[in-house]
Design a protein around this ligand. Structure first.
Ligand code: UD1
Ligand code: CA
Length: 482
C-alpha cells in the first residue's frame, strides 16, 4: 500500500519516495518483498501515482538473485511488479480491494505498507508460514504507548489454542473507534498480514465504512474471518524498528539514526573501530577488513570496500570505492567512484582535502595531497601529486612527481584527450600539459611550462619566457604636488 498522502511530511515528494539511508522507503519494502519470491507484487498507488509508478518501474526491472534457502537458491528470478491505482483513497481495505482482481485465488496474500521501510525478511517468512495457505496471520507487537494504532482484541485464553497463552484473536479495533477499555490494550496491529487469496477476496467484498473515519478498514477482515470460523493467528514482530512507519520528517530522521546505529553496531561487532557510532553514516554497503579505523563524521555511499588496517580521517565522504590495505585517507577527502569506481592502492596516502572522481586508480604507495583532483586516471606505484593539481584522462607512471599547481589540460572545449606521463618523470610546479601529450620516461619539465608537444625520455624541457633583468633599475617615484 503506497497510496496515502503522507500529509504530515509536508512535502511535494510522495511519502514513500523519501529516503532512508540513501534509498527510498518503497524500494526498501519492495526489496524485502522480492526476497520472498512472490508470484506477483502489486503496488497500490494514489497520491503522486505517476511519480511513484515511475519509481517502481525503475526499481523493479532488474532480475535479482533469489535469496531463499530453498532448492532454487542462487537462481535468478525476475519479479513481476505491477501498480494498481486507488483514486480516491477510501481506506486500507479499499486499497487492497483495488488489487483484488489481480490476486490469485489459490495464493497467499501478504499486505505490506510502503512507509514501513525496515520490515524484517525472516519475520515475513514466519508470517507466511503461520498463514499456511489457510489461516489469517497478523503481525503484532506490544507497545508501551499504543496511541493511534489498531488494537488486537482477544478472547479469554484457552490453553493450547494459540501461542504465548494469549486468547484467540477476535478482531482489530482502530484507535478512533476503540472504547476506553480497548485503548488500554497494548498489543497493536503493525499493518502487515498474510491471508489466503480466495478468503481475502470474500472478506474484502464484505467491508463496510460505518466507523469513526468513514473508511473501509482492512482490519475489519479479522472480524469477518472469525465469524466464518477461519483461524486467526499472530506473530510477534522483531522489535519496534522493523514495524516503524514514517509519517513526518522527525520520524524519518529518528528512524535514520536508529538504523545507522544498528549498522554501526554490526560493523563494530566485526571489529571496525568507529570513533563515534553516533557520527557515522552508511548509505549502501561497507565491507571492512581487520583493524579498520574510521574517525568522526564520515559518510559512506554505494559500495565501499576498506582493506585491512585502512584508516579514514574525520569528515570524509566516500562512495563506490575500493581502498586497499594500509591506505590512509586524511580528513575532508571526497571520493566518489560513481559507476566507474575508484581504487586506492595499498599504503597510499590521500588528502587532506583531496578529491578522487570516477576512474581514479591509485597504485600502491601513491600520495595525493590537498586540493588535488583526479579523474579517469591511473597513478603508478609511488607517484606523488601533493598539492593543488588536476590529473584527468591520464596515465601517470611509477614514481612520477607531479608538482604543485600543475594540471593536465585534457579538454579542448569539444573533445577530451589523454596525457601519458612515463615512469620517473618530474613535472615542476604550475605546469599546463596540453593533451594529447606524452612525457618520456625520466624526463623533467621546468616549473611554469605550458607544453603542447611530447617530450623525449630523460630530457629537461622548459616552455616559458626567459627572465630579462635590467641592472640597477630605479623604481619610479611619486611626484611632489605643486
Ligand atoms: C493502519 C491500521 C492500524 C495499524 C496501523 C499500523 C487500518 C484501518 N488500520 O492504520 O490498525 O495499527 O496501520 O501502522 O488498516 N493507504 C492506502 N490507501 C488508503 C489508506 C491508506 O494506500 O486509502 C496506505 C498508506 O499509504 C499507508 C498504509 O496504507 O502506507 C497505512 O495507512 P494509514 O492511513 O497510515 O493507516 P493507519 O490509520 O495508520
Ligand atoms: Ca499510519
Amino acid at each position: 500500500m503506497a497510496a496515502g498522502q503522507g500529509t504530515r511530511m509536508k512535502s511535494r515528494l510522495p511519502k514513500v519516495l523519501h529516503r532512508l539511508a540513501g534509498r527510498s522507503l518503497l524500494s526498501r519494502v519492495l526489496d524485502t518483498a522480492i526476497r520472498l519470491r512472490p508470484r506477483r507484487i502489486l503496488v497500490v498507488t494514489g497520491h503522486g501515482a505517476e511519480q511513484v509508478e515511475r519509481a517502481v518501474s525503475e526499481m523493479a526491472t532488474q532480475p535479482v538473485e533469489a535469496n531463499t534457502d530453498e532448492a532454487g537458491m542462487g537462481a535468478m528470478y525476475t519479479p513481476e511488479v505491477c501498480c494498481v491505482r486507488q483514486i480516491p483513497q477510501l481506506g486500507t481495505g479499499h486499497a487492497v480491494q483495488q488489487a483484488a482482481p489481480a490476486l490469485a485465488e489459490d495464493g497467499s496474500v501478504l499486505v505490506l505498507n510502503g512507509d514501513v521501510p525496515l520490515v524484517d525478511f525472516a519475520t515475513l517468512q514466519h508470517l507466511v508460514a503461520a498463514s499456511a495457505g489457510s489461516r489469517l496471520a497478523l503481525l503484532t507487537i506490544e507497545l508501551a504507548d499504543p496511541t493511534g494504532y489498531g488494537r488486537i482484541v482477544r478472547g479469554a485464553s484457552t490453553a493450547g489454542v494459540l501461542s504465548h497463552g494469549k486468547g484467540p484473536v477476535q478482531g482489530i479495533v482502530e484507535h478512533k473507534d476503540a472504547s476506553p477499555d480497548q485503548r488500554g490494550i497494548r498489543e497493536i496491529y503493525t499493518g502487515m498480514l498474510v491471508a489466503p487469496g480466495a478468503a481475502l477476496k470474500r472478506w474484502l467484498a464484505g467491508l463496510q465504512n460505518d466507523n469513526a473515519q468513514k473508511e473501509y478498514y482492512l482490519t475489519d477482515i479479522v472480524g469477518l474471518a472469525v465469524v466464518e470460523g477461519t483461524e486467526v493467528v499472530s506473530i510477534d514482530a522483531d522489535g519496534a524498528l522493523s514495524v516503524a512507519g514514517i509519517n513526518s520528517a522527525l520520524q524519518l530522521a529518528d528512524l535514520e539514526r536508529a538504523f545507522q546505529r544498528r549498522q554501526a553496531e554490526t560493523l563494530m561487532e566485526a571489529g571496525v573501530r568507529l570513533a563515534d557510532p553516533s557520527r557515522f553514516d552508511l548509505r549502501g554497503t561497507l565491507d571492512c577488513g581487520m583493524d579498520v579505523e574510521i574517525d568522526v563524521n564520515c559518510l559512506f555511499e554505494g559500495d565501499v570496500v576498506l582493506g585491512e588496517g585502512v584508516r579514514i580521517g574525520a569528515h570524509c565522504v566516500i562512495a563506490n570505492a575500493h581502498i586497499d590495505a594500509g591506505a590512509v585517507i586524511h580528513p575532508f577527502t571526497h571520493i566518489d567512484g560513481e559507476a566507474a569506481g575508484v581504487r586506492v592502492g595499498a599504503d597510499a596516502r590521500v588528502g587532506p582535502y583531496a578529491r578522487l572522481r570516477p576512474g581514479a586508480q591509485l597504485e600502491r604507495d601513491v600520495h595525493v595531497g590537498n586540493f588535488v583532483e583526479i579523474k579517469n586516471a591511473t597513478l603508478g606505484a609511488g607517484a606523488k601529486a601533493n598539492h593543488l593539481a588536476y590529473i584527468g584522462d591520464a596515465k601517470v607512471g611509477e614514481r612520477v612527481n607531479f608538482g604543485a599547481g600543475s594540471i593536465t589540460a585534457n579538454y579542448d572545449g569539444a573533445n577530451k584527450h589523454r596525457t601519458v606521463i612515463e615512469d620517473d618523470v618530474h613535472v615542476g610546479s604550475n605546469c599546463v600539459l596540453v593533451a594529447p601529450i606524452t612525457l618520456g620516461a625520466g624526463g623533467t619539465v621546468g616549473g611554469g611550462s605550458t607544453l603542447t608537444t611530447s617530450t623525449e625520455p630523460g630530457a629537461l624541457t622548459v616552455a616559458r619566457a626567459r627572465a630579462v633583468s635590467f641592472a640597477n633599475w630605479s623604481r619610479p617615484v611619486k611626484k611632489r604636488k605643486e
